[in-house]
Every structure is written in structure tokens, then in C-alpha cells.
Design a protein around this ligand. Sequence first.
Ligand code: ATP
Length: 337
Amino acid sequence: MNNAILTTHNLNIGYQISRKNVRCVARDISVCLEAGELVCLLGPNGAGKSTLLRSLAGMQPPIGGEVRLLGDDIYKLAPPELAKRLSLVLTEKVDVGMLSAYTLVSLGRHPYTDWWGNLTPEDEAIVHWAIKSVGALHLASRQVSELSDGERQKIMIARALAQSPIVMLLDEPTAFLDLPRRVEIMQLLRQLARETNQAILLSTHDLDLALRLADKVWLLSTNGILHVGAPEDLVLSGAFADTFASEGVEFDVASGEFHLHTSHKGEINVRGEGIAIVWTIRALQRVGFKVNQIQNSLPISVEVVSNSKQVLWKITKNKTVYTYDSLYELIKFLNYL
Ligand SMILES: Nc1ncnc2c1ncn2[C@@H]1O[C@H](COP(=O)(O)OP(=O)(O)OP(=O)(O)O)[C@@H](O)[C@H]1O
């Protein structure tokens, strides 16, 4: 079934840097955004994520190719019609003066209101619904300038929702937020895509969250190629590791995490159960040990002994047993070996 809302054909994006010279950032992009999907646009710094979002939003003419929104060329749509179909949330903090959160969200109804911007009861209901959908009814009467970054981001999303678009584009909506707020905003956007059947595309540097929450990933590499697929498809194809390969850091396909290159310190046996063993393994890997949970014949072994009150680490080296009550002390001991 094809639920494509926004499609691109052989799109080349970039900048006209002089009369004769063009800087092409990415080329030959033929993709589509589908109804009800949350798509995360990932890529290293400078890959062209913001350029792509602006090009899809009709704010920056492409160097070649086309962007179609419900079949219409986006660059030929009249601005009011475009605003009814597409909303854009940018990262920059906008100076909105003394506006209340409610008033800011109600500006999202601008494409539908009369010349004076009067809201009908139906507009008011949509504004109320948008604020409620992002869980921000308690913020409605507050001044936007007094809101925290996370609170303001919710209000900006509500404003975009109030526009009743079919596509929402967001440039780094989780920048400046702490981890719980980032998870909350990403989950909210995924839920909104499902409930409103909108297509939502957001750029982010939150690779871990995108891997866990996105229906689809658009992965833009620095050579201007866009890889598209389920997050797991891009991990399995190696596109993820290749795109983020850099000196000192590598993507671990097995764990889905990025690891720093650390000098290899040797292999170590680890035994034990429960959550303490998980964090013991992480601590040992962090400092460069290869952990073995099966073999028992290695020169160094660690046993994690835990009860409801205490965790102890018993380390055996050359038949001598040393006991520590913190991973910090255990690692310190291993670093001296
Ligand atoms: N106005 C401009 N004129 C010419 N080149 C530009 C302009 N704006 C950006 N660029 C270049 O285009 C490339 C892509 O920039 P863009 O901001 O789209 O990347 P990004 O993936 O969003 O980066 P980041 O993750 O750092 O925000 C970069 O090489 C940048 O230097």
C-alpha cells in the first residue's frame, strides 16, 4: 500500500555560492514520507540534514530534481496552501516577546483564520487539542519567554500541530534537552504520527533514541548519499557503521552502541548473576578487557557476589583472592596489573 505524502525525485540539494559555482551537499535523493510514520534523519555534523529539511519544506530551492507534496510541486504551491499541508519546527529559540503559550499555539491556525486572525470555536478547539496532545495544558497561560527549553519545545510542537498539517518537519527537536525530556519528546512525536496519521520527519543526533523509536531512518553520509530503511536494516547493511566511522570511535553492531577505541588489556573471566554482572562487564570493557563468561581457565577471574544489601567483587589472580566492594576499586586494582 502506498501512503506516500511527500516524495522527492532525483533531488540535488545545496547552495549557489557564486554566479557560476554551486555547492552540492547531497544528490540523487528519491525518497518518500508516508502517513503515520516517524522518520529520523541522521548524519554527522555538516552532512546536510538542515539543508535537506529546508529543501523539503520549500524554503530552499533545490539544485535539481523535485519535491512533491500530495502530488503537487512544493515550489509551486501558494504559501497559504503549503502552510495547511506542512509545518516546520526549527531549533533556534524564537524571540516571541510577551506571548502566552496559548497565543503562540493559536498562531498555528493562521492559514485558516480571517484577515484579522480571529479564531472560530472550531479553531479554539483545535488549539486546545494541540496543547493537550503535547501534555501542556498546564502551560497554556504562561509566558513563552519564561518556559524551560523542554516546555517551550512542546509548545512549538503544539503550534505546528495546530496548523493541522499532513507533514511535520522538525530540525533537531531534542537539542538542548536532558535525556528524560529527549525520550519524552521522541515518544510524543511517534505517538502523534500514529494518532494523527501525519508523516513526521525529524533530524537528530540522538542515534540511540532514533534506533529505538524511528519507523524509518534516513541516514545522510558526508559523501552526500542518503541511505533509507528500518533502523535495523541500516545497522545490518553496515551503512550506520560506515557513516559514523571516525578515528577513535566505532559502532558496535552487536550492542548498537558506539565505543571508544581502547587499548586491549587482555581477557578476563567473569561469573555472577543479576544486574551487577551487567555493569561489571560494562566497566571491564570500558577499560579495555575482553570479557569471557564461559571459559574458566583464564589467569584472572572476577566473581560478582551480591545479596539484597551488598555487592562484592572477588578477583582471583595466581590463586590469590582479593575482595573489593566497588567497581571503582576493582578497576583501580586491574589498572595496576
Ligand atoms: N548558506 C550556506 N551557504 C553555503 N554552504 C552552506 C550554507 N549553509 C550550510 N552550508 C554547508 O552545507 C553543508 C551542510 O550543512 P547543514 O547545516 O545542512 O548540515 P547538518 O547536517 O544540518 O549539520 P549539523 O549536524 O552540524 O547541524 C555544510 O558543509 C555547510 O557548511
